[in-house]
Design a protein around this ligand. Sequence first.
Ligand code: ATP
Ligand code: MG
Length: 328
Amino acid sequence: MCSLRLVRNGDLGQATPMAQPVIATLTMNPAIDLSYEVDAIEPTRKLRARRECLFPGGGGINVARVLARLGRSVSCVYLAGGTTGPTFEALVAEHGLHAVPVPIAGTTRIATTVHEARSGLEYRFTPPGPNVSEAEWRACIDRLEEMEADWLIASGSLPEGVPTDFYAHLAAQAARKGTRLVLDSSGEALRAGVAGGGVYMAKPNQDEFEKLTGRTFATPQAIGEAAREVVRTSGMIAIVVTLGNEGAVLATADHFEFCPALALETKSAVGAGDSFVAGMVHALAGGEDMADAFRLGMASGSAAILTAGTSLALREDIERLYAEYRKA
Ligand SMILES: Nc1ncnc2c1ncn2[C@@H]1O[C@H](COP(=O)(O)OP(=O)(O)OP(=O)(O)O)[C@@H](O)[C@H]1O
Ligand SMILES: [Mg+2]
């Protein structure tokens, strides 16, 4: 497969004969993403829906879809099962992703996004997902133990039954195996993962970061200072706190910077965080420094809002916006 890499002139890629880093994603609670559009959401009446689309979704899967558009070959480890499991698997294959499924008895969830044409608003319905047994989540850890990955991106919520310190186990495993773990989660799962050490980078949004620190922040500057402190105490290499349409803050142990987002017309905010992570990891895995990777993350997150529903960031938009963020 032809691999693409970030190059310094702002172009996203050119063929390179270099050995490519192995990138894997982990999705503990994936979803079949169903989206459609209706004129108006009203009760009782049958609503005629159009533009029905099905995508394989869930944090790690979304990250992998964007990485694949950037030319990366990605292995997707995920739990799937029940009557919807085979459909999910077929969707993963349709998107050219290398599937590493861990079978479970529970039913893979279906998440629905409805775009209301009259108002331009988007309604998102997200069920909790299946209950996972101890044997099933342990099988997942075993599967990851067998894999040799340079990068592992664990993204998304943990389904019921999986202990909240699951990502801490994963971080210890990744550190032992020399895998760089990028963690994008929330609540107790994120807190335990970060506290355990061994995470390379975390990407909370502001709300997730405030829950992680137990504080609230009024300015990007205050977020930067707190984020730098979290990096110092956790042993992570970096943390990025994304602030939606305001931009994002990158912090390492010795510096932080705020990058404001470009003003763009929002079609759908679905997957902005996942696209951000994909852009950053693409650049880091290509040997770029943190500051450049941060800008490709910004471009990828912003590109995600230009596409409707669960379409995620398109490569041509990422490329165009990356040039803008490098100028800014
Ligand atoms: N309206 C917007 N305009 C421009 N860029 C945006 C906008 N919304 C998001 N972004 C870009 O995407 C990044 C991630 O967005 P956000 O902070 O909403 O992530 P998130 O809350 O993790 O999203 P997700 O719902 O996918 O988990 C932002 O830092 C920014 O770069
Ligand atoms: Mg997010």
